[in-house]
Design a protein around this ligand. Structure first.
Ligand code: UDP
Length: 344
């Protein structure tokens, strides 16, 4: 069983990826400092793995601690690097926090790969690298646009750092995965999205309003040039997204890559408006949502969705779950996650 180090493996997408790797015959271990995830996520992960999950509580900006993981695990075959700060509004307010963390921890991981002979890296990038593009759907060849926020810029810079590293190390292989809008949770409701910081993403806000943790929510902008005036996003189920990482690991370990730095868009390939997502939630769950129509939110692009031909053809990745599956699983998780916060 190939050992895979999942950096940020107790966070939202990381934890789902740990499970998918395990389900497909890999041996995932993780490094997570719980800066934006609950320690008890390890319990949910362990339940699904049916064995205790191995997590190193390490801040990957700490080079000595990061090195110790590699020293203790000389059999790591690939690193999946999720560990990053991810909130757009926070990145606008605290840019140095984002640059310091998202770039330093990537540099440390790359230096450890070099020192300990790890030849494969999967990197969490984002459709935010495209900025406010007018050409839809976006392909992997669509050029980077002006970054709308420091978070997006850390992803652009991270990609560039990895490209330069790949040029300097022809024997090293990287896959850059550009996520669209991940949402939903594992069908068991044993794991799901549970950040420490306040969530600003649409689907968890919908479920938090429905369960009563928030009084109401606002649809940010109804005057966009879209079919109903609200923004268009490409929502992708987190389990489909997780599986793309397993596919990317297999792609590299089986040496299917044409170049040593490949890029894939990970979305469904179709756009859903914010109002359509709300309607899907109301229809699937029978809950009526307390929302109002409001002003545009700073930094939002009007519409973005992926051209997914490359990931389907080259990775052989076919996402299976739609917006109804997303909101259903997100709602199930919202109703089950209370154990995370209970006293042990
Ligand atoms: N959105 C909204 N109300 C909210 C949160 C988000 O209308 O309370 C909209 C947001 O303006 C954007 C879409 O939902 O058009 C997706 O936003 P999210 O923050 O989930 O992801 P982003 O696309 O910004 O990465």
């Amino acid at each position: 069983m190939s050992k895979i180090l999942v950096a940020g493996g107790c966070g939202y997408i990381g934890s789902h990826t740990v499970i998918d790797l395990n389900d497909n015959g890999f041996n995932p271990i993780s490094a997570d400092d719980f800066s934006n995830s609950h320690e008890r996520m390890v319990d949910g992960i362990s339940t699904l793995l049916e064995r205790p999950h191995v997590n190193y509580r390490v801040d990957l900006c700490d080079m000595d601690a990061t090195e110790r993981i590699f020293e203790e695990n000389p059999d790591i075959e690939a690193v999946i690097h999720f560990a990053a700060h991810i909130y757009v509004p926070e990145s606008v307010d605290r840019p140095t926090k984002y640059y310091r963390n998202n770039l330093n921890n990537l540099l440390n991981v790359l230096d450890c790969c070099e020192k300990y002979g790890v030849k494969n890296l999967i990197f969490s990038s984002s459709c935010a690298v495209y900025g406010n593009t007018k050409v839809l759907p976006v392909t992997e060849q669509t050029p980077f646009g002006e970054a709308e926020c420091p978070y997006a810029r850390t992803k652009q810079m991270g990609e560039q750092i990895i490209r330069d590293y790949c040029t300097a190390h022809p024997e090293f292989n990287a896959v850059l995965l550009r996520y669209f809008n991940p949402a939903g949770s594992h069908e068991s409701s044993k794991i799901g999205e549970a950040p420490i910081l306040e969530n600003t993403h649409l689907v968890p806000i919908i479920t938090e309003v429905a369960i009563g943790h928030r009084k109401s929510m606002t649809v940010f902008g109804t005057d966009y040039d879209t079919r109903d005036g609200s923004c268009v996003r490409d929502f992708i189920h987190v389990m489909d997204l997780a599986h793309a990482h397993t596919k990317a690991v297999e792609f590299l370990l089986h040496k299917k890559n044409d170049s040593n730095c490949e890029v894939f868009n990970l979305g469904m390939g179709n756009g859903v408006t914010v109002l359509e997502a709300i309607n899907a939630f109301e229809n699937v769950t029978g809950q009526s949502l307390n929302y109002s129509l409001g002003e545009r939110r700073a930094g939002d692009v009007a519409a973005i969705y992926a051209d997914t031909r490359n990931s389907r053809e080259k990775l052989g990745w076919v996402p299976k779950r739609d917006i109804n599956d997303i909101v259903k699983s997100a709602w199930d998780w919202e109703n089950n996650k209370t154990w995370l916060y209970e006293e042990v």
